[in-house]
Design a protein around this ligand. Structure first.
Ligand SMILES: *Cc1c(COP(=O)(O)O)cnc(C)c1O
Length: 369
């Protein structure tokens, strides 16, 4: 059994994907080929925003936005303590300070009450994550942003395809960043990402930043990065996109089946009213996680932990704090989640037989461990 079965997915769409890739190779338009503009147009329409800008990864999507806003030394960016490293990494990379806040115990997304409490005159950005594919509380977060005149950036690297109160993830905030890493809900065949915004000026800046700060050929007004999306990745995504809504629906069906099967045995994901999660991960909580995970592995059921260490406790951020003499902060909900979360096999091609095995094995493991 695969944790995420990319091979079955490829075989299902092989003819379209192979044709698209061959097109790129035949025309040798590897950089800035027409597939990129086509994908940007189609994904902007899918999400419901004006601008989509292809970039080289989800991390570079976040980085290009921070650079476009001119965020740097002396600035603070508020983000969640419970996410993948890239969310906070880019803040430190531009020289700003990540200000971590704790999560809500049900959704495991950033707690808006704690966000507001963390705002200072130096706060330049609020950077929530739509974790595991469930959107954070963007009504509350946008209200805080508006109150203090600070933009909100959705780290939507796990949530493309989700929706919140009838709007798609990536269309909920001033700007959003998503990832096409192969294991994400819409994955390419390597690294890729996209920036979304309705803001014309910001979109133009991001286009230049991801292309070495270039405004016209060999005209460089400011520092940028080599952050372009490859033609071949855009072509693969273009071939996969027509199937994406069916996959989102399949993920709902599979998640609901997990929730039914596991009811009363483990804590299944809590999805708030108004949210449709794309279930980038299907993550349960178990008190004796490490023992349960070991039993699952022994029975051939792959699992993963997203994430075992809250980011503020990672050595890299401890070292940054040590330099400024700051005390070790405490994030009780993130720490509890880090000790309990366990993600189960989840992808649109998961068979009912495999899913039954996951459910039965987990129920036994929880009883025995
Ligand atoms: C995957 C991910 C990223 C980074 O995306 P890459 O395409 O791998 O650079 C950033 N934030 C979150 C929450 C992610 O899950």
């Amino acid at each position: 059994m695969q944790f995420i079965d990319l091979k079955t997915q490829y075989l299902a769409y092989q003819a379209e994907i192979d044709a698209a890739m061959k097109d790129v190779v035949d025309t040798v338009r590897f950089i800035n080929g027409p597939w990129i503009g086509d994908l940007e147009r189609d994904l902007a329409a899918f999400v419901g925003v004006k601008h989509a800008i292809g970039v080289s990864s989800g991390t570079d999507a976040l980085l290009a936005l921070l650079m476009s806003w001119g965020i740097g030394p002396g600035d603070e960016v508020i983000t969640t303590a419970f996410t993948f490293i890239a969310t906070a990494e880019v803040i430190a990379l531009v020289g700003a300070k990540p200000v971590f806040v704790d999560i809500e115990p049900d959704t495991l997304n950033i707690d808006p009450v704690k966000v507001e409490a963390a705002i200072t005159p130096n706060t330049k950005l609020i950077l929530p994550v739509s974790l595991y594919g469930q959107c954070a509380d963007y009504v509350a977060l946008n209200a805080i942003g508006a109150k203090y005149g600070i933009p909100v950036l959705e780290d939507a690297c796990q949530s493309l395809g989700s929706s919140f109160q009838g709007k798609r993830s990536c269309a909920l905030t001033e700007a959003a960043a998503t990832s096409f890493f192969p294991a994400k809900p819409l994955g390419c065949f390597g690294d890729g990402g996209m920036v979304f915004t309705d803001n014309d000026e910001l979109a133009e800046k991001v286009r230049q930043v991801k292309d070495h700060g270039q405004s016209a050929r060999y005209q460089h007004g400011f520092l940028g990065i080599n952050g372009r999306l490859d033609s071949i990745q855009a072509a693969v995504l273009g071939a996969k996109l027509p199937h994406f809504q069916d996959e989102i629906d399949a993920r709902q069906r599979i998640a609901n089946r997990y929730i039914e099967g596991l009811q009363g045995h483990v804590q299944t994901p809590i999805i708030r009213a108004g949210n449709i999660s794309v279930f980038a991960q299907f993550t349960v909580r178990v008190a004796n996680r490490d023992a349960v995970q070991k039993v699952m592995g022994e029975h051939g059921v792959p699992t993963a932990v997203h994430y075992p260490i809250p980011l503020p406790h990672q050595p890299v951020f401890k070292a940054i704090r040590a330099k400024s003499g700051e005390a070790e902060p405490c994030f009780p909900e993130s720490e509890k989640a880090a000790a309990e979360v366990m993600s189960l096999p989840m992808h649109p091609f998961l068979s009912e037989a495999d899913q039954d095995k996951v459910v039965e094995t987990l129920i036994q493991a929880v009883k025995g461990a």
